[in-house]
Design a protein around this ligand. Structure first.
Ligand SMILES: Nc1ncnc2c1ncn2[C@@H]1O[C@H](COP(=O)(O)OP(=O)(O)OP(=O)(O)O)[C@@H](O)[C@H]1O
Ligand SMILES: [K+]
Length: 923
């Protein structure tokens, strides 16, 4: 500090510089570490690809691919490297990134290109890194990775041209860079809340300058060192030094906690939004349910109903008992029972029109001995269940294909808007081509070649199965002559004039956690909607099981078919009293309409998705969440968060974490602001205390101010950022995301508490100086100690202790904005001594408070340090004043909190918690 001179001033200057420097360095280090954690967490969400290595499919991150690897591609995947296709089926790739072509390009592995300068868009046997597969499947050999890929080359090119900008270009880019650097120093980049807080910090900076000017004016601009230093210290009191650092750290800790709870954040802004959502729109399969389907019922027209009971190992074809129309049934009998021959076409269809693989992995102990291991499966749960069904009768796909006379010729993939798929196989000896199709009833019934009478027979069976919560698939076949094979590439032709072979009812049990998670949402004022591709009755049955639908309050509009919803105009949707809770047979476009409808109602929504077509809805939603296991890369890329376990309960935990994070940001903000306001009040009013020479006598010395702001406060704020969730975090309505952190409650409380604290400090100063010390303000007591400064130095130590202690208890008081400090958390910590448990729970905060308390004594009592550096001295009876102020402060804060509770103001609403001896609480 250039302002300080002489030995004593040198010490003071050195200490001030050290404290400021330490704060800056700590802030930077923490900030840096937080950034690093965040980066490493983000990379968790990076896509991985399925690669064939050592005869096994392995999941490998794109950066670990090497030239020569064989990569499997399916719909929705972002191509991880440049690949030469070896095999493909109906492959279409969106190459807009490379070619600018907006229509997906068809690709084909079998095409051989000759010629050298073929443009990228025409290289149909290659796919390129970073493009997306919009349809079909394929596998390909890695031809180039990283910077060698076509996108890599473009990226390199862009980078080069960036460096070689010249002249005026260089000038503007320089300014842009400086501008960006400046913005990031000021914290004007980041999430909306970060930007808001940074702007707020800048505002306080302006205020600080203004206050410094006031201080100088009060001293009539006689600017000797001490006045300047005091001005600076008042400014330091106002500027929230630790705000940005604490904010970053708190967010990083939150992101980490969410990752542990299986939610990976991809866009930071979502972290703030998730805590305030009012509606969650969730997929059903795999999210609310386990996504582990079992074929429960099989119905064959004119034959009867086969049921599978008690299958616990759903992948094991030998598990469970079979019954035919309630008569036990032996699977081996299929061949011997003539009636059961009727099952064959259906079983063949489900086995062959299917991409799932169900197999028994080998446990290889050493190279010679291998024992059969656990059943495993790869593929879509629906298809896995169907494959297992066929395998129960030893008619799995592998077995059938190994017989040698069937070969796949045409396939039309499953499409979630069409809701059906079909595959054709050529029978080598019979010279015919058999078409197998399967899909939702609405998708198959219209393409069947049956009479109305037969249709009427099917309907009730369908309805019955669906109302049991089963997903019903219709299985149909037809055979055409070899001559017609080429015509099958026309999907409409292939999927027409089919014969119904039967219905299969698949059961997908709800996840055990779902019911509680849904209840929690309802308690927290969050509506849960189920948007499913399933049939209305299936969806309704499951929705009732998981508590999304309450039979007693259900209205005709709570359950809707997407078709009916889509038929409504926006105005009609807006005039519905409530949006539907269950949307059945939902297509991706319905999801978008739902998100928009919610937006128009002022709601903040979570939307989940997994498919390629879900991307628009995920982008539109306030928080788009993609499935980590079953989601496509495209969906993950569009999402704000990725669920690594696809579990609905994890979304609810993320909401809870989001709320906690927001609460904590409010808490440390509250603490910082209370500390600021109290100091401003104290320091400005105290300018009126003038000594004999007409100079203002400072109630706190510059170093005391720095100490309180940079040592005591910072750690408390950091501790508050790490607070545990409040007991009522999920029993109160969502906060309004439009308001943000600066709620009226926060503004009002900080004003009030800040005033209490400031006035109590002032009163303590007055009591010591004018009560006991006869108003003796001495001479030159701002500069250094002399005999006349006895009273002032004692008063300063008193004010210092009062301010420190008040800030320490404030840290505990703001643990909850309306609950009493003495009854913070009766749910987690019941009983009389609950306060101790509640206060020791957050270890960091506890130690911050204890350390803040203990360190006050050496600061006041260590000789030389106290008089020379801090400009105060040891006190005695004044401790009574300190204690009195503390009691007064707690009483005032508690009184205001109890007013909030009594009159239900802000967070006080519904806070008539009382401790119940049985441990339960009324909220
Ligand atoms: N592999 C498949 N082959 C044929 N039809 C299928 C297949 N998978 C699903 N279906 C049918 O399409 C309907 C919708 O499936 P879709 O995949 O769109 O829903 P989902 O995403 O699995 O379910 P949710 O939306 O509840 O998560 C299913 O109810 C089923 O009748
Ligand atoms: K401050």
């Amino acid at each position: 500090m250039a302002l300080s001179y002489g030995t004593l001033d040198f010490i003071e200057g050195a200490v001030i510089s050290a404290v400021i420097l330490l704060n800056i360095v700590l802030g930077f280090v923490q900030d840096f570490r937080a950034e690093k954690t965040m980066k490493s967490l983000l990379s968790l969400a990076a896509p991985s690809s399925h690669v064939l290595r050592n005869g096994k499919i392995e999941s490998i991150k794109a950066e670990n691919l090497v030239v020569g690897d064989i990569v499997k591609l399916t719909t929705g995947i972002i191509v991880p490297a440049d690949l030469r296709l070896v095999e493909s089926a109906n492959l279409e790739v969106d190459e807009a990134l490379l070619t600018g072509e907006s229509v997906p390009a068809a690709k084909d592995a079998t095409t051989i290109l000759s010629g050298e300068d073929i443009p990228i868009g025409d290289r149909v046997n290659m796919v390129y890194s970073a493009t997306t597969v919009t349809r079909g499947r394929a596998s390909g050999i890695v031809a180039a990775t990283g910077m060698q890929t076509e996108v890599g080359k473009i990226a390199a090119h862009l980078k080069d041209s960036g460096d070689t900008t010249t002249g005026s270009n260089w000038f503007t880019s320089f300014f842009k860079k400086v501008g960006r650097g400046f913005k990031s120093v000021l914290g004007l980049v980041g999430t909306p809340m970060q930007v808001k807080l940074s702007k707020f910090a800048i505002l306080l900076f302006g205020l600080a300058v203004l206050l410094a000017i006031i201080v100088f004016s009060a001293n009539e601009w006689r600017l000797h060192n001490e006045v300047v230093l005091y001005g600076i210290c008042v400014a330091v009191a106002v500027i929230p030094e630790s705000l940005i650092a604490v904010m970053t750290i708190t967010i990083a800790v939150g992101v980490k906690a969410m990752a542990l709870g299986n939610v990976v954040i991809r866009r930071m802004a979502a972290l703030e939004a998730i805590g305030g959502v009012t509606n969650i729109c969730s997929d059903k399969t795999g999210t609310l349910t386990q996504g582990k389907m079992v074929a429960h019922k099989v119905w064959i027209p004119h034959v009867g109903m086969l049921s599978v009971q008690g299958a616990t190992h759903i992948l094991d074809p030998a598990d469970g008992q079979l019954a035919m129309d309630d008569e036990p049934f032996d699977r081996l009998d299929l061949a011997s029972q003539p009636k059961c021959q009727a099952f064959k076409p259906l079983l063949d269809a489900v086995a062959l029109c299917n991409f799932a693989q169900v197999f028994r992995a080998k446990n290889t102990i050493d190279e010679k001995v291998s024992t059969p291991g656990d059943w495993t499966a790869i593929g879509d749960p629906t298809e896995i269940a169907l494959q297992v069904l066929a395998m129960r009768f030893s008619r799995g796909k592998e077995t059938l294909l190994n017989q040698g006379h069937l070969s796949a010729v045409v396939e039309h993939q499953f499409d979630s808007s069409l809701k059906r798929m079909s595959m054709a196989y050529k029978h080598e000896t019979k010279g015919e081509v058999i078409v197998f199709a399967k899909g939702a009833s609405e998708a198959i019934l219209p393409i069947l070649n049956i009479s109305d009478k037969e249709r009427n027979e099917i309907e009730p069976v369908l309805e019955k199965l669906a109302s049991e919560g089963l997903r019903v698939l219709c299985i149909a076949t037809k055979s055409v002559s070899e001559k017609q094979e080429h015509a099958l590439s026309d999907r409409a032709f292939m999927e027409s004039g089919l014969k119904l072979e039967g219905l299969v009812g698949l059961y997908d049990p709800p996840r055990t956690e779902t019911l509680d998670a849904v209840k929690k949402c309802h308690g927290a004022g969050i509506m849960v909607h189920m948007l499913t591709g399933d049939h209305l009755s299936t969806a309704t049955a499951i929705a009732q099981k998981v508590g999304i639908l309450d039979i007693s309050t259900q209205t005709s509009q709570s359950v809707m078919r997407a078709q009916d919803f889509d038929a409504l105009t926006d105005e009609q949707i807006d005039s519905l009293p409530n949006l539907p809770v269950v949307l059945a047979r939902c297509s991706p476009s319905t999801k978008v309409r739902m998100v928009d409808a919610l937006k128009r109602r002022g709601a903040f929504s979570v939307m989940t998705g997994d498919g390629v077509n879900d991307a628009p809805a995920l982008k539109r939603a306030d928080v788009g969440i993609a499935m980590g296991i079953n989601g496509t890369d495209v969906a993950k890329d569009a999402a704000d968060m990725v669920l690594t376990d696809d579990n609905f309960a994890s979304i609810v935990r993320a909401v809870e974490e989001g709320r906690r994070l927001f609460d904590n940001i409010q808490k440390f903000l509250m603490h910082l602001l209370i500390s600021n306001i109290s100091q401003v009040i104290l320091l400005l009013i105290a300018l009126a205390f003038k000594d004999n020479t007409g100079n203002s006598v400072f109630p706190l010395s510059p170093l005391e101010i720095l100490w309180v702001n940079m040592v005591t406060s910072s750690f408390l704020a950091l501790g508050l950022g790490m607070e545990e969730a409040q007991a009522d975090i999920m029993v109160r309505p969502p906060r309004d995301l439009r308001v943000g952190v600066f709620t009226w409650e926060l503004i009002c409380d900080k004003m009030l508490y800040g005033t209490f604290a400031g006035v109590l400090c002032l009163v303590s100063f007055i009591v010591v100086v004018f009560g006991a010390g006869n108003g003796n303000l001495g001479e030159d007591c701002n500069e250094a100690f002399n005999e006349t400064c006895n009273v002032v130095f004692r008063a300063r130590a008193t004010v210092f202790a009062v301010l420190s202690f008040l800030l320490l208890v404030t840290a505990w008081e703001v643990k909850h904005f309306s609950r009493s400090l003495f009854n913070l958390d009766p749910v987690r910590f019941p009983g009389r001594l609950s306060i101790f448990k509640a206060l020791t729970y957050n270890r960091f905060l506890l130690w911050a408070v204890v350390a803040g308390f203990v360190i006050t004594f050496p600061v006041i009592y260590i000789p030389v340090i106290n008089t020379v550096v801090f400009k105060h001295q040891g006190i005695g009876w004044e401790w009574g004043v300190v204690f009195g102020s503390l009691v007064c402060y707690i009483a005032l804060v508690e009184a205001w909190k109890s007013i909030k509770r009594r009159f239900g103001i802000w967070s006080g609403k519904g806070q008539t918690f009382s401790i119940d001896p049985r441990g339960s609480t009324t909220v």
